[in-house]
Design a protein around this ligand. Structure first.
Ligand SMILES: CC(C)(COP(=O)(O)OP(=O)(O)OC[C@H]1O[C@@H](n2cnc3c(N)ncnc32)[C@H](O)[C@@H]1OP(=O)(O)O)[C@@H](O)C(=O)NCCC(=O)NCCS
Length: 132
C-alpha cells in the first residue's frame, strides 16, 4: 500500500494500524468491517471496507481502502455497493463519506450511488449517500 493511498484513506500520515485502532474498527457495536481476499490467494488482504456507526442514529461512515495494484478495476465500486446493502440490512438511513477533493475515484463512486455534497473545504469534501 503506498503512503498516498494510506493518506487518502486516513487523512493522516499513517503507515499501519495499531492494535487499538484495529480493536476500534472491528468492535461490533462500533460498525462493520470487511476484508477482501482474492480467490486465488486467500492469505492476502487486498481491501478493507468499513461502515462505522456515527453518533447520529441511522447514519454510518463509509471508508474503503483498496491495495494499489487492485485499484481502478471496479473493486471499490463493488465494495461500496456491498457496504450500502449491508447498511440497509442494519437499518441505516444514509452513509457519509469524507474524501480528498482530488480523489476522483472516490468522488465518482459517491456520485454513482446518488451521493450529494454536504460540506467541503480546500482539502476534503463530505458526501451523504442514501441507503434505499
Ligand atoms: C478510492 C478507491 C476506494 C476506489 O476504488 P477503485 O477500485 O480504485 O475504484 P473503481 O475501479 O471502482 O473506480 C471508481 C470510479 O473511478 C473511475 N476511475 C478508475 N480509475 C481512475 C483514475 N485513475 N482516474 C480517474 N477515475 C478513475 C472509474 O471509472 C469509476 O468511475 P465510473 O463508475 O464513473 O466509471 C481506491 O482507489 C482506494 O482505495 N484509494 C486509496 C484510499 C482512498 O482514497 N479511499 C477513499 C477514502 S474513504
Amino acid at each position: 500500500m503506498t503512503l498516498d493511498s494510506l493518506y487518502s484513506r486516513y487523512q493522516s500520515a499513517r503507515r499501519e494500524l495499531t492494535e487499538a485502532d484495529w480493536r476500534h474498527f472491528t468492535g461490533a457495536r462500533r460498525g462493520m468491517t470487511w476484508v477482501t481476499r482474492p480467490a486465488a490467494d486467500r492469505g492476502t488482504v487486498i481491501a478493507v471496507t468499513q461502515v462505522m456507526f456515527a453518533g447520529d442514529q441511522g447514519i454510518g461512515e463509509l471508508s474503503i481502502l483498496v491495495d494499489d495494484t487492485w485499484q481502478s478495476r471496479g473493486l471499490g465500486t463493488e465494495l461500496a455497493r456491498h457496504a450500502l446493502s449491508q447498511a440497509r440490512l442494519h437499518g441505516l438511513r444514509a452513509v457519509t463519506v469524507m474524501t480528498g477533493r482530488d480523489n476522483n475515484r472516490m468522488i465518482r463512486i459517491c456520485r454513482s450511488f446518488g451521493g450529494r455534497i454536504t460540506g467541503a473545504n480546500s482539502h476534503v469534501v463530505d458526501f451523504s449517500l442514501p441507503v434505499d
